[in-house]
Design a protein around this ligand. Sequence first.
Ligand code: AMP
Length: 300
Amino acid sequence: MIEHVETFAGTRDLQRARGGSIGLVPTLGFLHEGHSALIQRARSECDVVTVSVFVNPLQFGEGEDLDRYPRDIERDSTIAAAAGADLVFAPALTEMFPVAPVTTVSLEALTDTLTGKSRPGHFAGVATIVTKLFAGLQPDRAYFGRKDAQQLAVVTRLASDLSFPVRVVGCPIIREADGLAMSSRNTYLNDLERRAATSLSRGLMAAADAVERGTLDAETLEAIAYDAMSSEHLVEPEYAELHDAHSVVHLNTVDRDSFLAVAGRLGETRLIDNVHFDVTDEGIVIDRGIRSQQTESGQS
Ligand code: AMP
C-alpha cells in the first residue's frame, strides 16, 4: 500500500520505519511514463522509494504556467503505486515554506545558457527546492530524467558542492511512440501543435544519425536540429545547441560527455528535448531515449 504524507517529519518517520536505503524521485506531479521509469529504477535500486509531488512556485517565472500547471494527486498516487513507490510526499505550500524563505541556492555558472537564459530565476528555484528535499528527506539516491539535462547538471553539482550524501542518478528520456518526449506540458497542445511538436525529436534523431555517421561538428548538428523545428510553421525555435553535460558550457564538437539540446515554442507552450552523447574509448554512445510501446499514453 502506498502512503500519502504531507510533512517532512512524517515522511522521514515512515522512511525510517520501513528501513534501508532511500530513493527519492522529485516531481511537479501529473505523472506520466517518464516519471514511472524513474520510480521503477528507484524501486530496483533502493529499499524505500519516495516520490515528491510539489508544484514549486519558485521555479515559475512571471507570466509562466504556475496557475494552469495540471494537478491531480489521486491520479499521481495511482501511477506512483503502480510503478512501485512506497510513499508520496505531497507537501502543502505552508509545509514547504512555513515562513517566506530568504535563502536561495543558485549555480550561476551552469545556468546562464539554454533554459537558464530564457527562464531567469528558474534554476535557482529548482536548486533551492531540491536542496530542501535533500535536507528534509535525506535520500541515499535521487533520480532525475535526462529530459531536463541542464537541471540534471545543476542538481548533480549542488549535491557535490553542498556535500549532500546522495547519489544523483540520471535516467533516459521516455518518448511517445512518435518520438515526442513525454511531458506534463504536452497536455497543453492542440492536435495540430501536437503533430508539429514531433519536429523537436525528429531533428535530434537526424542529428544523432549524423553523429553515428561521423559528423561531430556542433554547428552542423545544431543546424540539422534547428532546421527540423523551423520546417514547422507552428514551431518557433528557441535554440539547438551542443553543451557539456557537466559544466553546461557550449561546445564546438562532440568530444566529451555532452548533449544536443533543443527548445521551441508552440503557442504558449515551451517544449525542450535533447540527445545525449557519451564519448568512451570504444566510441560515442548515443542516448536517444526510449520510445513507449503504447500508442496512447494518455498524455497527448
Ligand atoms: P517534472 O515533474 O516535469 O518536473 O519532472 C520530474 C522528473 O521527471 C525530472 O527529473 C524530469 O527530468 C523527469 N522527466 C520528466 N519527463 C521525462 C521523460 N519524458 N523521460 C524521463 N524523465 C522525465
